[in-house]
Design a protein around this ligand. Structure first.
Ligand SMILES: [Zn+2]
Length: 169
């Protein structure tokens, strides 16, 4: 199971929005099966957070769960196991989702002419909306001027290209 590299772990953690997932999966991949308590002890991550991340992983079928009952306390014990064969598919589908969003964004940038007040924190406004505002920024009140989005298009294009290559398109 040690063929799961750091880049894979990082991507999964990013997709889940959980930085601690990296350390958590690292413990899981080195154990056949482990409990939430053991993970909390080994990583130093709070038990509540460990459980939250485990359930997120479980939602994406990246871990499996077995439940037993503690004969002394009668409480449930949860045993977690990493489904490492699912990781690659998960990452691919995440990349696909990001690519779809980027393509929509790219089309929007291509098909619109933008105007901007050039005040930091204000937003660029498509021509149609700028007309309605009589070319005055709705936030800061400064005049809206044409904004050349070539650099935005270039940056988006590069990201789309990289993802396409990674997805083998
Ligand atoms: Zn403004």
């Amino acid at each position: 199971m040690s063929n799961i590299d750091d880049a894979t772990l990082t991507r999964v953690a990013q997709a889940l929005g959980e930085e601690d997932a990296i350390r958590l999966i690292d413990v899981l991949k080195n154990a056949e099966e482990t409990t939430d308590d053991e993970i909390a002890t080994k990583t130093g991550i709070r038990l509540n957070s460990v459980r939250k991340i485990l359930y997120k992983l479980y939602d994406h079928s990246l871990v499996s769960l077995r439940r037993t009952r503690d004969p002394k306390t009668g409480w449930f014990i949860f045993h977690w196991r990493l489904q490492s064969d699912q990781l690659e598919g998960f990452i691919q589908s995440q990349k696909r989702r990001v690519l779809d969003k980027l393509n929509i964004r790219l089309e929007f940038e291509k098909n619109h002419d933008f105007y901007f007040c050039y005040t930091p924190g204000c937003k660029r406004i498509p021509f149609e909306d700028a007309v309605e505002l009589v070319f005055k920024c709705g936030t800061c009140g400064k005049p809206l001027m044409h904004y050349d989005n070539d650099k935005v298009l270039e940056a988006l294009g590069k990201r789309v290209e990289t993802l396409r290559k990674e997805l083998g398109e």
